[in-house]
Design a protein around this ligand. Structure first.
Ligand SMILES: Nc1ncnc2c1ncn2[C@@H]1O[C@H](COP(=O)(O)OP(=O)(O)OP(=O)(O)O)[C@@H](O)[C@H]1O
Length: 244
């Protein structure tokens, strides 16, 4: 583990009535780690992630994220993390520049900081010709790139990515992962859910959730050895299919 752990989860559980969506999960994530959070549809990933980012109260168990308790210090958790999802990211009817300004404001940045960060981001992503175009007019891969950068505006320690690369081709996804690695090398912790098993191979460690429980958690290499298969896709199929 690099430089200690930054996410601690112990016996975390979420029930909706009689139904247990997240069932007593425990794990830790290291600082600077790229942690893959996998599971079939409905396995409980989003419900677990919502508890970790402080927007849903656990039914029982506990979690600390960036040193803060998700139940009693949810606001501090929110300020320490970035969040990007396929479903919730940028506003299509605002330009790139307007989106940056808007989210900079949401994250509580000063006007002068927003201006500087906005220009840095446009320079870094080489978006000079697109900065004043509506986000809705951009290809999906570009939107994802910008959304990822926007989630970093307030310099969070941890970035939660909920299926960030859905719907784009493998080359665009690969490029997106290069951005993820760059941030991890700078010490950011990446917590990512994905349905793409090639992306699972890129993670330092992967957890696989089945019906609310974590059924496996290890490096891709160890998981493949343990299940005596060649790819993470086969590991996933073995686990998800065997139990369902
Ligand atoms: N607010 C809610 N009330 C009742 N049941 C819920 C609620 N939110 C989620 N669930 C149920 O909890 C289970 C886990 O859902 P969740 O969205 O966490 O799964 P997931 O692993 O993120 O799936 P997907 O990959 O499809 O996003 C599902 O059966 C879902 O129907």
């Amino acid at each position: 583990m690099k430089n200690g752990n930054i996410i601690h989860v112990k016996n975390l559980t979420k029930t909706f009535g009689d139904f247990t969506a997240v069932d007593n999960i425990s794990f830790q994530v290291g600082k600077g780690e790229v942690f893959g959070f996998l599971g079939a549809n409905g396995a409980g990933k989003t419900t677990a992630m919502k508890m970790l980012i402080g927007i849903s109260k656990p039914s029982s168990g506990e979690a600390q994220v960036a040193g803060f308790d998700v139940k009693s210090q949810a606001e501090k958790v929110k300020r320490s993390i970035g969040y990007m999802s396929q479903r919730f990211s940028l506003y299509n009817d605002l330009t790139i520049r307007e989106n940056i300004t808007f989210f900079g404001g949401i994250y509580g940045l000063k006007k002068s900081d927003i201006k500087t960060k906005s220009q840095n981001l446009i320079d870094e992503l080489d978006l000079h010709d697109e900065a004043d175009k509506l986000v809705g007019s951009l290809p999906l891969g570009w939107k994802q790139k910008v959304a990822f950068s926007v989630s970093l505006l307030h310099d969070p320690q941890i970035i939660f990515l909920d299926e960030p690369t859905g719907g784009v081709d493998p080359i665009t996804r690969r490029k997106f992962w290069e951005m993820i690695y760059r941030e991890a090398h700078k010490g950011k912790t990446i917590f990512v859910t994905t349905h793409y098993m090639d992306e699972a191979e890129y993670c330092d460690r992967v957890s696989i959730m089945v019906a609310g429980k974590i059924e496996a958690l290890d490096t891709p290499k160890n998981l493949k050895e343990k299940y005596k298969v060649e790819s993470m896709n086969q590991v996933f199929l073995k686990l998800a299919r065997n139990i369902e």
